[in-house]
Design a protein around this ligand. Structure first.
Ligand code: SF4
Ligand code: SF4
Length: 153
């Protein structure tokens, strides 16, 4: 699994130097697997997908710090707890699965409690779908689950 930075990020930069995997980038910055890591050339991610370590990839967020899901191990093997979350002054570094779940819970609650219109339901569904699609650029939900399984998270 990986940690996700929400849009509550205040761009303080405190988390970036703490990451043992160099998985954190300032908004709008291109990134590569090779940045700050020992990997080079073509290699396979834990789920078997082949990637080019030196290839520059588009920023995941433009306006605030972001974490590359495939580079984040939740600090396993380095620290007891995710270091980005430990230093973040506004607690906006949360597990990606938690973020997805809270969005899905919001939709479920709205549906049960507030008798929302079809348009409101559609708005929430679109929001969830967009989140998934954005993350699918790097790591699909299935790949997240596979990675979780492989890393025993
Ligand atoms: S949890 Fe650890 S590895 Fe993942 S982004 Fe935060 S500091 Fe980096
Ligand atoms: S420590 Fe938190 S607020 Fe600061 S840049 Fe990182 S995620 Fe954003």
């Amino acid at each position: 699994m990986s940690i996700y930075i929400t849009d509550e990020c205040i761009n303080c930069g405190a988390c970036e130097p703490e990451c043992p995997n160099n998985a954190i980038y300032d908004g709008g910055i291109e990134w590569a697997y090779a940045d700050g890591t020992g990997v080079s050339g073509k290699f396979n991610l834990v789920d078997g997908l082949e990637v080019d370590a030196e290839e520059m990839n588009a920023p995941i967020e433009e306006d605030f710090y972001f974490i590359v899901p495939d580079k984040c191990t939740e600090c396993q093997g380095f620290h007891e707890e995710p270091q980005c979350a430990a230093v973040c002054p506004v607690d906006c570094c949360i597990p990606m699965a938690e973020q997805l779940k809270s969005m899905e819970d919001e939709l479920a609650q709205e549906t049960i409690q507030n008798n929302p219109s079809d348009t409101e339901i559609q708005f929430l569904q679109t929001k969830i779908q967009k989140f998934k699609e954005d993350k699918n650029l790097i790591e699909s939900e299935e790949r997240l689950l596979k990675k979780k399984e492989i890393l025993h998270l």
